[in-house]
Write a protein that binds this ligand. Structure first.
Ligand SMILES: *Cc1c(COP(=O)(O)O)cnc(C)c1O
Length: 408
């Protein structure tokens, strides 16, 4: 069945009784019992599947996990209380030892880098950050590393410049070097790509974003092939980042419209990107759907026809003269960007993404706040860069909102 069908029906279970709920109930139960202790013994011993304790598994969570697993083409999925909890668990499941190296793409989600540097590095794991959008850099890092690279971490679509990796090539290089590949696929969702089928060992989603899609719940998902399932299962049981069943239900509900939402959001993003591209008050537009984006061909090859994600990043002209090419001091740029964002009436200035509402984020004060000016320059993030997560509203209204805020 096609994805748009599977998002609606995936994971839903029929009750054994005389009626069948259309929507999986929320099992607000911390523990489960059976008619005989022998049954519990069999479940505890792994002889049969079953529910015992809420930190191990819950029927509502399992419906969600099964639904996402089906979308990704696997049978192994786990839900977590947040995207970061999912990422942490996936890294632990890859079992980096003291002295091992984790190689991470430089332009991943800021908290991912902070997690590596502040949690894993103090445990003796070596952390290397590099521009893995260049396949030559990846090759060099893998072959010339003084210490074995255990794990490589990348995102399908990077943040905020929206670079798109050649995932098949990345996976081939990573496996040739004997390392494992963890892919954060939050920006692409299973609608755009299925990294497990392209060679990823671990896939992570912040379900807070597109999977749930309504800005009303937090969660994370880890997916693997069967061979890594026991490792992730053990980590979730022991570290305990289990998603609550109420939140699992909200995400499962949101998931049903994922295909519809993505279709609309990707189409809206294309229209907004086209509008911004032609606007005299916009210095630059970053969107993989534009032919001038460095990874346009890569995105066309990997994603379904006409879909390039629903995030558009752009630089606002804050100089207010057409000839002023010199960079303004950061404080002046900041104030002018603040004024532009404050003039928006519809698009919300929020730090999240992937919701039905359009959300605008300012990397300088949010996702990339902790970087030095030099680090930001190296990452290609200018002081006047904004990241827009395009929602499901009418594209004409979004364009009008930006137009008015730009003052033309
Ligand atoms: C938001 C996000 C995360 C973290 O997810 P939370 O649900 O906020 O913990 C990780 N990776 C990416 C790409 C994200 O956008």
């Amino acid at each position: 069945m096609k994805l748009a069908t599977r998002v609606v029906h995936g994971g839903e279970r029929r009750s054994p009784g005389e009626f069948h709920p259309v929507s999986t109930p929320i099992y607000n139960s911390a523990t489960f019992y059976y008619d005989s202790l022998a049954e519990i013994d069999r479940i505890a011993g792994g002889e049969r599947a079953g529910f015992m304790y809420g930190r191990y598994a819950n029927p509502t969570n399992q419906a969600l996990e099964q639904a996402v697993a089906e979308l990704e083409g696997t049978e192994s999925a786990w839900s977590f209380a947040s995207g970061m909890a999912a990422l942490h668990a996936a890294i632990l499941a890859a079992a980096p030892q003291p002295g091992d190296t984790i190689l991470c793409s430089r332009d991943v989600y800021g908290a991912t880098i902070a997690l590596l540097l502040q949690v894993f590095q103090p445990m003796g794991v070596r952390i290397r950050l590099a521009d893995l959008n260049q396949i030559e850099t990846l090759e060099e890092e893998l072959t010339q590393a003084a210490h074995p690279v255990r794990l490589v971490i990348v995102e399908t679509i990077s943040n905020p410049l929206l670079r798109v990796l050649d995932l098949d090539a990345v996976a081939a290089h990573v496996h040739a070097a004997g390392a494992r590949l963890l892919v954060d696929a939050t920006f692409s969702t299973p609608v755009l790509s299925r990294p497990l089928e392209q060679g990823a060992d671990f896939v992570v989603h912040s379900a807070t974003k597109y999977l749930a899609g309504h800005g009303d719940v937090m969660g994370g998902i880890v997916l693997t092939h069967a061979a890594d399932a026991p490792a992730v299962d053990a980590v979730r049981k022991l570290v305990g980042g289990m998603l609550g069943p109420n939140d699992a239900w909200l995400i499962l509900r949101g998931l049903k419209t994922l295909a519809l939402r993505m279709e609309r959001q990707c189409a809206n993003a294309r229209r907004v990107a086209e509008f911004l591209k032609g606007h005299p008050e916009i210095d630059a537009v970053y969107f993989p759907g534009l032919p001038e984006h460095p990874d346009h061909e890569q995105a066309r090859r990997q994603f379904p026809d006409g879909m390039f994600g629903a995030i558009v990043s752009f630089e606002v002209n804050v100089r207010k003269t057409t000839d002023g090419s010199a960079d303004l001091p950061t404080e002046v740029t900041r104030e002018r960007i603040f004024a532009f964002v404050d003039r928006l009436k519809l698009i919300l200035p929020c730090t999240s993404l992937g919701d039905v509402q359009s959300l605008l984020q300012y990397p300088l004060i949010a996702s990339h706040r902790s970087l030095t000016p030099k680090q930001r320059r190296e990452a290609g993030i200018r002081d006047n860069l904004l990241r827009l997560s395009v929602g499901i509203e009418d594209a004409a209204d979004l364009i009008e909102d930006v137009k008015l805020a730009l003052g033309s």
